[in-house]
Design a protein around this ligand. Structure first.
Ligand code: NAD
Ligand code: UDX
Length: 463
């Protein structure tokens, strides 16, 4: 068996590394157009930071795991081709701001149709709108070289930061398709390490829709607890206590009830918008509005975090230095896509605050790129003043302590474990008074910080 995966990103890289690691009898080639990314996968500094990933890649790379930019050659040699390219929200034309841009998936399908010979199994790994497989099939069927295809949907449920564990021990693997033989071949791949009873098979459309639905349900839980956090701040209830109290009800369960500055990541918002667009497309207005509220609540949560900071700091943060701790959208990843930190930083910069940003895994280049992009979002361009604001008011530093030094406040944006273990007495000495802490993750020991002399403001708690 020979597998090719098109797309060497956060999904294609780790997923294929795990297949190669667990299936030494299968040759796996991951291809991408991005030469820099492929070079990084072939180096000691992988483009994706994930705990445990280095070991998995090192064990299989060169043996039966290969990274290359030779897309056509890899397609030709493969029996099974995964499509794991990005499917971002459309930024132009019909459905802009909502629908998924499936342009890259279509390009892959066309390239597979052209480069193939014989029979191939094509597997959708990317998250796609329901019925995309139909379009993929039609493109493949129109290949003029006599090749034949089966199309399967095999959405990926890994979460960043825990990708290796999620891939090693998935709650389930989902495979949708029509051909029993093709489904059987993909089941056999996963069955190298996943118990067969955890490999679910469905029809194509259920599989495609289950992925969007799973992300919508998970994000909805976060927005639900974040909605309650606002009420906690108004009433004196404590959101962590409420989450514990409701999470012990076995019908509700404890996971995804951690109130925060807002969910981020490349998937939740994009996939819910995609779901909303689909519902609108099928004339289901009430259903679309229901799910859209999850996004609105998340926008509100990010916005009100900055508003609370400004209000607390005597209604002005202009030219006040603020330490931003964490820029990634969650801990244990270098990914910043849709990170709440980006929006909070934008709002603080609009208030003319001076930001000193630290994240253990995110580069200065990435931070600046994200800030320029968020200012450009509404109009497609960034003004000279906004560019100057970012240049003059943002510095990116190499430790949390350095960010705090000379600051009026610390804003915790990402729940990195290392932030819990710092010497807060010396941090306090290096800051202006009152020394504010705005804990956007309810991560730190608030009692201890208050006893030292910090003024702590946390999500869903009164001070
Ligand atoms: P990504 O942007 O990290 O990676 C996609 C890669 O595809 C890029 O490196 C890009 O260069 C490459 N690519 C695009 N078009 C190509 C083409 N025609 N030929 C070759 N390479 C091409 O994206 P990602 O985070 O890995 O997500 C991929 C898909 O998986 C998306 O549909 C996403 O919704 C889904 N997904 C992501 C996650 C996650 O945690 N990131 C989890 C589950 C599902
Ligand atoms: C998500 C899904 O969990 C995963 O199954 C899917 O394949 C891709 O999308 P990911 O976005 O990588 O994964 O991370 P996840 O752990 O779901 O967190 C998403 C966001 O929600 C993060 O910003 C996280 O900090 C936030 N979150 C999560 C909370 O604020 N509170 C919680 O209780 C859980």
């Amino acid at each position: 068996m020979n597998i090719c995966c098109i797309g060497a990103g956060y999904v294609g890289g780790p997923t294929m590394a795990m297949i190669a690691y667990k299936c030494p009898d299968i040759q796996v080639t991951v291809v991408d157009l991005n030469q820099k990314r492929i070079d990084a996968w072939n180096s000691d500094h992988l483009p994706v930071y994930e705990p445990g990933l280095d070991e998995v890649v090192k064990a299989a790379r060169g043996r039966n795991l290969h990274f290359s930019t030779e897309v056509n050659a890899a397609i030709k040699a493969a029996d099974m081709i995964f499509i794991a390219v990005n499917t971002p929200t459309k930024t132009f034309g019909t459905g802009a701001g909502r629908a998924a841009n499936v342009e890259f998936v279509e390009k892959c399908a066309r390239q597979i149709a052209e480069a193939s010979s014989g029979h191939k199994i094509v597997v959708e790994k990317s998250t796609l709108p329901v019925r995309t497989a139909e379009a993929v099939k039609r493109i493949l069927e129109n290949s003029n070289n006599g090749s034949t295809f089966d199309v399967l949907s095999n959405p990926e449920f890994l979460a960043e930061g825990t990708a290796v564990q999620d891939l090693l021990n998935p709650d389930r693997v989902l495979i949708g398709g029509e051909s029993k033989a093709a489904i059987g071949k993909l089941v056999d791949v996963y069955a190298h390490w996943v118990p067969r009873e955890r490999i679910l098979t469905t029809n194509l459309w259920s599989s495609e829709l289950s992925k969007l639905t799973a992300n919508a349900f998970l994000a909805q839980r976060v927005s639900s607890i974040n909605a309650i956090s606002a009420l906690c701040e108004a009433t004196g209830a404590d959101v962590d206590e409420v989450a514990k109290a409701i999470g012990t009800d076995s019908r509700i369960g404890p996971k995804f009830l951690k109130s925060s500055v807002g969910f981020g990541g490349s998937c939740f918002q994009k996939d819910i918008l995609n779901l909303v667009y689909l519902c609108e497309h099928f004339g289901l207005r009430e259903v679309a509005e229901y799910w859209e509220q999850v996004i609105r609540m998340n926008d509100y949560q990010k916005r009100r975090f900055c508003e609370r900071m400004v209000r607390t700091m005597f209604n002005t943060v202009s030219n006040k230095q603020i330490a931003i701790w964490g820029f990634a959208f969650k801990k244990d990843t270098n990914d910043t896509r849709e990170s709440a930190a980006i929006y909070v930083c934008r709002d603080l910069l609009n208030e003319r605050a001076k930001l000193k940003i630290y994240d253990p895994q995110v580069s200065e280049e990435q931070v600046r790129r994200d800030l320029i992009e968020v200012f450009s979002y509404a109009t497609g361009t960034i003004t000279d003043q906004e560019r100057a604001l970012i240049a003059d008011h943002v510095s990116v530093v190499s430790s949390a302590e350095e960010a705090a030094r000379g600051s009026h406040a610390i804003a915790v944006m990402t729940e990195w474990d290392a932030f819990k273990k710092l010497n807060y007495e010396s941090i306090l000495q290096s800051m202006y008074r009152p020394a504010f802490v705005f804990d956007g993750r309810n991560l730190l020991n608030h009692k201890h910080l208050t006893s030292l002399g910090f003024e702590v403001h946390a999500i869903g708690k009164t001070t």
